[in-house]
Design a protein around this ligand. Structure first.
Ligand code: HEC
Ligand code: HEC
Length: 332
């Protein structure tokens, strides 16, 4: 009896000592990857070609906030991807030029951590951020510009011309590709390390007991089947936009190649309501339930939903300087 108690005491003690490690191992074995806490390691991922410099980042940020890149000079990237919030706009459908709603009833996804996605846009049609940025400037329901007019406007602003020269070289040609790729370079820096990352990076106390339980539940239910990797999403996966999804009728989005849909990142997910490609659901609890049902064929309990949502809160990350930069005046 005494001996048994001693054994179970030792077992309990060791399970307490290794509790942190085993959950961390479980998470990494299921493909969950932290944002590195080491700057060098992080830059290897977000800037594999070594293109980022402080000048380019600041110039890209100005262009990101630049309303003169839109036809009516009233909308910028920051209008729909608000950096103070979750990197989106918190409305179901994106609203652009002259109040136009996205014709496919598409919701603005977050720009935060988009650098970690395998592909950009809900249908994955763009390979990276530099390429992606060409889309919204020209899209009639977004910024409604022609590349020619965008290039003309930027070249007319002496301070921009000077800043491009400083960031690149004195003979640089400021064309549409350079303007959009500079915005993309800035977006590469929009990463948000969270308590979850701190935990995976070795800080046992970064997550509390309830969040750890939630992480276990998230893995046990099978969410990591798709919400995995450093983006906790960001790959292209099947999603029945035609049939099973409760709000399939909203909008005409049918997915990309083979009907695949970009898996939304779960980072900062508590700040990016409403949810799904068509902005059809407001409450995170409902989305978790719907996901378990359509993606995993599971009916999950209320307490599992609560646990998962508690874990999802630990993915709220630390944002960098989100304030709008001072934009160059039209004349010197
Ligand atoms: C009118 C609102 C609006 C404006 C302005 C806008 N976007 Fe978007 N953005 C959206 C919508 C809607 C989508 C999804 C469109 C789709 O998938 O076809 C999107 C998608 C994206 C994505 C892909 C993210 C992902 O999860 O796949 C990135 C990155 C992005 N926008 C960056 C930008 C940049 C950079 C600008 C400025 C040059 C910009 N956006 C301007 C609404 C907007
Ligand atoms: C088979 C792959 C798969 C599995 C498993 C899966 N998801 Fe998803 N998830 C997706 C896809 C694809 C989307 C994007 C759907 C859309 O918006 O059309 C998504 C979207 C979401 C969103 C909304 C993101 C946003 O920004 O709008 C949340 C939240 C979410 N999933 C949570 C979960 C949870 C929690 C689980 C486990 C219960 C789970 N998912 C399981 C593929 C999956």
């Amino acid at each position: 009896m005494k001996f048994n108690r001693l054994i179970s005491g030792v077992a309990l003690l060791s399970s307490l000592i290794f509790a942190g490690d085993s959950l961390r191992e479980l998470a990494t074995n299921n493909g969950l990857t932290p944002i590195p806490d080491n700057k060098k390691k992080l830059y290897k991922i977000i800037d594999p070609k070594g293109l980022l410099t402080p000048q380019k980042i600041l110039l890209g940020k100005k262009l990101y906030f630049e309303t003169r890149l839109s036809k009516a000079s009233d909308i910028s990237c920051a209008s729909c991807h608000i950096l103070d919030g979750g990197g989106d706009d918190n409305v179901p459908v994106a609203i652009g030029h002259k109040g136009a709603k996205n014709p496919h009833h598409l919701n603005s996804p977050t720009v935060y951590n988009a650098v970690f996605f395998d592909a950009q846009f809900w249908d994955g049609r763009s390979p990276d951020l530099e390429d992606q940025a060409k889309g919204p400037i020209q899209a009639p329901p977004e910024m409604a510009m022609t590349p020619k007019e965008a290039v003309k406007r930027i070249n007319e602003i002496p301070q921009y011309v000077a800043e491009f020269k400083k960031a690149y070289n004195k003979d640089v040609k400021i064309d549409f590709d350079l303007i959009t790729s500079t915005i993309g370079l800035y977006e590469r820096t929009l990463v948000t390390p969270s308590p979850f990352d701190d935990y995976l990076n070795g800080d046992d106390k970064a997550l509390n007991k309830a969040e750890k339980k939630g992480l276990r539940t998230f893995i046990r239910i099978g969410c990591t089947g798709c919400h995995t990797g450093i983006a906790i999403g960001g790959s292209m996966q099947p999603f029945d936009v035609g049939k099973d999804f409760k709000f399939a009728h909203l909008g005409d989005f049918k997915g990309g190649e083979n009907g695949l849909v970009k898996v939304g990142t779960l980072r900062n997910i508590t700040q990016t309501s409403p949810y799904f490609h068509n902005g059809s659901m407001d409450k995170l609890e409902d989305v978790v339930k719907e996901m378990a049902k359509i993606q995993l064929g599971k009916k999950i309990t209320k307490s599992d939903i609560k646990d998962i949502v508690t874990f999802l809160k630990s993915l709220e990350g630390r944002k960098g300087d989100t304030s709008a930069p001072t934009l160059p005046p039209l004349k010197k």
